[in-house]
Design a protein around this ligand. Structure first.
Ligand code: UDP
Length: 462
């Protein structure tokens, strides 16, 4: 039976309930998943916090249920604060969510609700749903290997690899120790935020693993051609089914879940450039740069003489609303560069003019780059970004890391290596091969398509 017809139950729509973690890198894949399930015939209800609330007008086919989160004041900026916030969100919403879920169940009738899909970082939401008899599925928006690191975290602490002393960019010999249990990772590639943040990070990771254990399945935004070995490992270790249905952005339209307005004028600007000539530079929605690093980056970009499109989002430099690029930067790069506050990233990466991506290696950015065959300069900041960068360089060989202190000379050399030298051309070729492999996974009969069929069948059986 076609999976699509499964979502209709005796002529009635079946409902799926979703609850994303309210951060851009988590919202995007959850909304792509909503698109996939809606296309398969499910009616979609999205529970969401007030913090970083989605715009219902951008999704007229979904129902939105706001859940008070008790959050007031500005969004956290420092990574320790972001992690503490993530840990607190589920608990802060739990009681209000329970009330709203009970009301929704009464309205839709219990039988019509298939399940709740929530972000792995919302453990109390899973518990509340399960208490009301609603089956749950967990969406992990990172890679399979990053979740394998989560499950291995207590062992890594026990063996003394963690807590990490210092940030991944610091020079400390402990950071270069190979993690023999998780090759090719070194200690610096594991998720860590220094000794002070260790406890809260452990709580976040343990919560995510517990959420998966409390659920009826794990949905991963990855695909077989990228992480076959890691997926096999997870399937052996976890007692719940694992659905590798990514990259989700290839199944569902882009843009409408962006929290910031995307400046589309850069697409027109890109039209004027030859194929694979422009470097796209963006560090995602959370990473910040110091004024010093901004200056070195700017002069490195300027010195490379490579055309560039650079996303400098509000708050990017030390959390300040105003970002001050060096005074003479614009004059020095006039005619070959564009700086925007936020870009339509998926479309930018798909543009034929883009030949390289200087990225922080958030998982979405990494897969978006891979799917368009764009090689990467990697500058990971925190969370799973170091592990992603390690895989980009040492497993998929489609980029390399810009490590150590940022200095204009080394930045310039790294950009040239990626964009104009034979080394970079080799990475571009391999990225092209991965692009083809990803298209096969998302194409008809491909592994991700089959996984979506299996997921829908599983949801209907819950
Ligand atoms: N993004 C975007 N415009 C930009 C920069 C990023 O739309 O100018 C999107 C990007 O396509 C990705 C998400 O924001 O889907 C960032 O997620 P990622 O996991 O890469 O990083 P995070 O923001 O979570 O650090």
């Amino acid at each position: 039976m076609a999976a699509e017809s499964n979502a209709n139950h005796g002529g009635r729509h079946r409902h799926v309930l979703l609850f994303p973690l309210p951060y851009q890198g988590h919202i995007n894949p959850m909304f792509r998943l909503a698109g996939v399930l809606h296309a398969r015939g499910f009616a979609v209800t999205v529970f969401h916090t007030h913090f970083n609330a989605p715009d219902p007008a951008s999704h007229p086919h979904y129902r939105f249920v706001p859940v008070p989160d008790g959050m007031s004041g500005p969004a956290p900026v420092a990574i320790e604060d972001v992690v503490a916030h993530i840990v607190s969100i589920g608990g802060a919403c739990e009681a209000a969510f329970r009330d709203r879920l009970a009301a929704v169940l009464e309205e839709y009738s219990r039988d019509a609700v298939t399940c709740l899909v929530a972000d792995t970082h919302l453990l109390p939401i899973f518990q509340a749903a399960n208490c009301l008899g609603v089956p749950t599925l967990a969406l992990r928006t990172g890679s399979a290997v990053s979740f394998a690191c989560f499950t291995a975290y207590p062992m890594l602490c026990e063996k003394g690899y963690l807590p990490v002393q210092g940030m991944p960019s610091s020079s400390n010999s402990q950071l270069d120790t190979p993690v023999v249990e998780l090759p090719p990772c070194r200690v610096r590639d594991l998720m860590g935020i220094g000794k002070d943040g260790h406890e809260v990070l452990c709580e976040m990771i343990a919560g995510a693993v517990a959420a998966v254990k409390a659920s009826s399945g794990l949905i991963l935004n990855t695909f077989d051609a990228l992480e076959r070995r890691e997926l096999e490992g997870l399937r052996q270790d976890l007692a719940v089914p694992v659905f590798d249905i990514g990259p989700l952005h290839k199944f569902s339209p882009a843009g409408e879940s962006s929290l910031l307005r995307q400046d589309r004028s850069c697409l027109e600007w890109l039209d004027a450039w030859p194929p694979a000539s422009v470097l796209y530079v963006s560090f995602g929605s959370l990473a910040c740069m110091s004024p010093r690093d901004l200056e070195e980056t700017a002069w490195g970009i300027a010195g490379s003489c490579v055309p560039f499109l650079w996303v400098v989002r509000p708050g990017f430099v030390g959390g300040c609303a105003e970002n001050h690029l060096p005074e003479r930067f614009e004059a020095a790069t006039r005619g070959r560069g564009m700086v925007v506050g936020w870009a339509p990233q998926e479309e930018v990466l798909r543009h034929r003019a883009v030949g390289g991506f200087w990225t922080h290696n958030g998982w979405n950015s990494t897969t978006e780059s891979i799917c368009e065959g764009v090689p990467m300069l990697c500058r990971p900041y925190f969370a799973d970004q170091m592990g992603n960068a390690r895989y980009v360089e040492h497993v998929w060989e489609v980029g390399f890391e810009v490590s150590g202190e940022l200095e204009r000379g080394s930045v310039e050399a790294a950009i040239r290596r990626l964009m104009t030298e034979s080394d970079g051309a080799g990475m571009r070729t391999r990225a092209g091969e991965l692009k083809k492999a990803s298209a096969e996974c998302t194409g008809k009969g491909g592994s991700s398509c089959l996984a979506i069929d299996k997921l829908v069948t599983h949801m209907m059986s819950l």
